[in-house]
Structure formats: C-alpha cells, structure tokens
Design a protein around this ligand. Structure first.
Ligand code: AP5
Ligand code: ZN
Length: 217
C-alpha cells in the first residue's frame, strides 16, 4: 500500500497512521515528527525549521522533498509501502512526489483526507499531549494516558507541542486552506482522493478507513 493521509491540524492523521502502518507493515513517514526530531537533534534543518513551525508556517518545499526522497530511498520499512502523513502539503510537493514515484515505476494507491470543521480543532490541538521520541499522541480529555502526563508504553513524560496554541493554529489552518486544499483537488483530478468524516470517535474513523482499504480501486 502506498498512500497519503491528509487533513487539517488535529484531524487525526498522527492518531490513525500507526494503525495503518501496523496493519500493512509499511513505513509511516510523518514530516512534522521528522522535523521535530531534527529540532531536538539540533541539526541545520532543525534550526531552520524551528521558527517557521512555531509560527505555524510551512517549511520550504526543497527541504521537505529531499527529506521524503532520502527516507523513501533508505528506509527499509518503506520497501513494502508507505503512508505519508503531512506530505505533500503544496502542489509543488505533490508534483515532485509523482516524479519521484514515476522514476521508481511506482504510484500512489490511495489518498485519504480526514475532513472536519475548523471550529472543532481548537479543543483537539490545545489538549494534545505527545511522547516526543515515538510520536505517540494522547489527548487530556478525549484520549488520556493511563497515568497523568506519562507515555503508556515507556513511562516517559508527555509534552505539549510548541506550535499547539490557539494563535499558531490560526496560521496553520490558513496554510491548510491556501496551500493544501489545492493538493486535495490535485488528487481528485487523478481520481485517487477519498474523504473520511473525522468528527467521529477514533474507532469509527478507523472503520471508515478500513472500508476504503477494502475497495478494489
Ligand atoms: P505536522 O506535525 O504535520 O502538524 P499538522 O499537519 O498541523 O497536523 P497535526 O499533527 O497537528 O494533526 P494530526 O492530524 O496528526 O492530529 P492528531 O492525530 O495528533 O506539521 C507540523 C509543522 O511542520 C507544520 O506546521 C509545518 O511548519 C511543518 N511541516 C510538516 N510537514 C511539512 C511539509 N510537507 N511542508 C512544509 N512544512 C511542513 O490528533 C490531534 C489531537 O486530537 C490528539 O490529541 C488526538 O488524541 C485527538 N484526536 C484524534 N482523533 C480524534 C477523534 N476521532 N476524536 C477526538 N479526538 C481525537
Ligand atoms: Zn500529526
């Protein structure tokens, strides 16, 4: 399976993707997680990305395309397929991805957009807690960890993302509508796009995704 999962900030991409990854034994490339790891490691890319991310803007297409290219080429887990979460976010990125896959004689099987009203996203974003090293995601109300503020698996502390505040969210949503909605249209023209209602309990969203995977095409 080679797929893209898209949707506005807080729609549930990072929540649903690990389950897709485990079901199909494919790699999960989450560009936001990759950039946050670069910030923690203090790399050049991390330094460039930090300010842009905290403000809710988009990191340059060049950096993002290279990051994905490198991973698709070198990550052995990606051999069986991949789920791209947070990429492509601009039409330029989508075109570059098509070129990359074309050169490998591959193509995307599915593009799923998690659809939800902007108004519902503030509560999801401001209550989110993450386990930085794994990217595991919780919510203080909707999906709390077993023990307050610690990861269920490792027992390590959970943190809030530095871009998870109401102000940065406004900029992130604006970027989504301006730059990423055209990407959805790009895939609609290719006949790859499927929409899923993301304003449902996690299990119901998963059931809708599973139905899409079961479609022949
Ligand atoms: P990124 O990390 O991709 O952030 P995002 O797109 O804003 O998406 P989120 O991670 O906020 O949302 P999500 O859909 O994963 O939600 P989640 O499942 O966690 O990117 C961050 C930044 O990096 C960007 O702003 C940009 O600067 C840069 N960047 C990344 N990729 C880039 C690219 N390609 N080009 C340029 N720049 C790039 O869920 C949210 C919360 O809701 C959680 O607490 C969860 O528990 C809860 N929740 C999930 N599902 C449900 C449900 N069904 N019901 C109730 N609560 C739920
Ligand atoms: Zn995410």
């Amino acid at each position: 399976l080679r797929m893209v999962i898209m949707g506005p900030p807080g729609a549930g991409k990072g929540t649903q993707s690990p389950r897709i990854k485990d079901t199909f034994c494919i790699c999960h490339l989450a560009t936001g997680d990759m950039l946050r790891a670069a910030v923690r490691a203090g790399t050049q890319i991390g330094k460039e990305a930090k300010k842009v991310m905290d403000a809710g803007g988009l990191v340059s297409d060049d950096i993002m395309v290279n990051l994905i290219k490198e991973n698709l080429e070198t990550n052995p887990e990606c051999k069986r397929g991949f789920i791209l979460d947070g990429f492509p976010r601009t039409v330029v990125q989508a075109e570059k991805l098509d070129d990359m896959l074309h050169a490998r004689r591959q193509k995307l099987d599915k593009v799923v957009e998690l659809q939800i009203d902007d108004a519902l996203l503030v509560a999801r974003i401001t209550g989110r807690l993450i386990h930085p090293s794994s990217g595991r995601t919780y919510h203080s109300v909707f999906s709390p960890p077993k023990k307050t503020m610690v990861d269920d698996v490792t027992g390590e502390p959970l943190v809030q993302r530095s871009d998870d505040n109401a102000e940065a969210l406004k900029t992130r949503l604006a970027a989504y509508h301006k730059q990423t909605v055209p990407v959805a249209n790009y895939y609609k023209r290719q006949g790859l796009w499927r929409g899923v209602n993301a304003d449902q309990p996690q299990e119901a969203v998963w059931a809708n995704l599973a139905a899409i995977f079961a479609e022949r095409k």
